[in-house]
Design a protein around this ligand. Structure first.
Ligand code: ADP
Ligand code: MG
Length: 243
């Protein structure tokens, strides 16, 4: 069996202190294989962003086991985690998160500012912008671009380090329907052409339609599509017949 890109077992997370303490992830287990394109769905507040941030090493779980790209987060130090984020994981957010005091190229190559040996960064940055069809905008500021173009710059930034895993949190949430569609098609393309594993948090049926799997969350639990034996064990017996 190929080892999963993402493997979670009983991951828990709460926010707040004392009586205000609220569980947000209540023991999440899931497996995602290399090259999968997965849609993560569920109502607002069900814990999708928290889960994605924990997988990406942007937030810490309280308990459970997290393995991402052969890194066991329980045994991975801060510096190594930062390196993993920088080299192997890309993020795309609803709000684009571009810096307007930098050019588009500056935004795309920003990850190289924190890494050694970034000499070829401008060339690789232009290549990434070219992939999203925006090479002509390298020296413009993000504020001069449309929403769809901004998101494409953000995608170019996410792809700059040639990640194996792309985590996208409602990437079409701020886009009109046609532009959102282009972005979704591009995700599908990088999944097919480059074998990048994608997890896309979304409310869009179009994303669930192209996804190989839909994982559904409710109140901090996975209620569908976890892809683990742990989760599905014992649920098959009572299907398909009158009692
Ligand atoms: P989703 O992305 O599915 O909408 P989130 O993961 O953002 O859900 O949030 C799940 C729950 O955790 C919500 O009730 C939210 O208010 C709470 N929450 C998220 N982040 C924080 C935080 N930094 N501090 C306190 N509560 C938070
Ligand atoms: Mg969210």
């Amino acid at each position: 069996m190929v080892s999963p890109v993402i493997s979670l077992r009983d991951v828990t997370k709460s926010y707040g202190q004392g009586s205000a303490r609220t569980p947000v992830l209540r023991g999440v287990s899931l497996d995602i294989a290399p090259g999968e394109l997965v849609a993560l769905v569920g109502q607002s507040g069900s814990g999708k962003s928290t889960l994605l941030n924990i997988v990406g090493g942007l937030d810490k779980a309280d308990g459970g086991e997290i393995k991402v790209l052969d890194h066991d987060y329980g045994k991975t130090g801060e510096r190594e985690l930062a390196r993993l984020r920088n080299t192997s994981i890309g993020f795309v957010f609803q709000a684009f998160n571009l810096l307007d005091h930098l050019t588009c190229l500056g935004n795309v190559t920003l990850p190289a500012a924190f890494a050694a040996g970034g000499k070829d960064a401008p060339a690789r940055g232009r290549e990434a912008l070219d992939r999203v069809g925006l090479s002509a905008y390298a020296d413009r500021r993000p504020s001069e671009l449309s929403g769809g173009q901004k998101q494409r710059v953000a995608i170019a930034r996410a792809l700059f380090g040639r990640p194996k895993l792309l985590l996208c949190d409602e990437p079409t949430g701020n886009l009109d329907s046609a532009t959102g569609h282009e972005v979704i098609e591009f995700f599908q393309k990088i999944n097919k052409d480059d074998g990048v594993t994608l997890v896309i948090v979304t409310h869009e049926r179009r994303v669930s339609n192209i996804a190989q799997r839909v994982i559904a969350m409710r109140d901090g639990n996975i209620v569908e599509g976890a892809g683990t034996d742990v989760h599905t064990a014992g649920t098959g017996d009572d299907l398909g017949g009158p009692a």
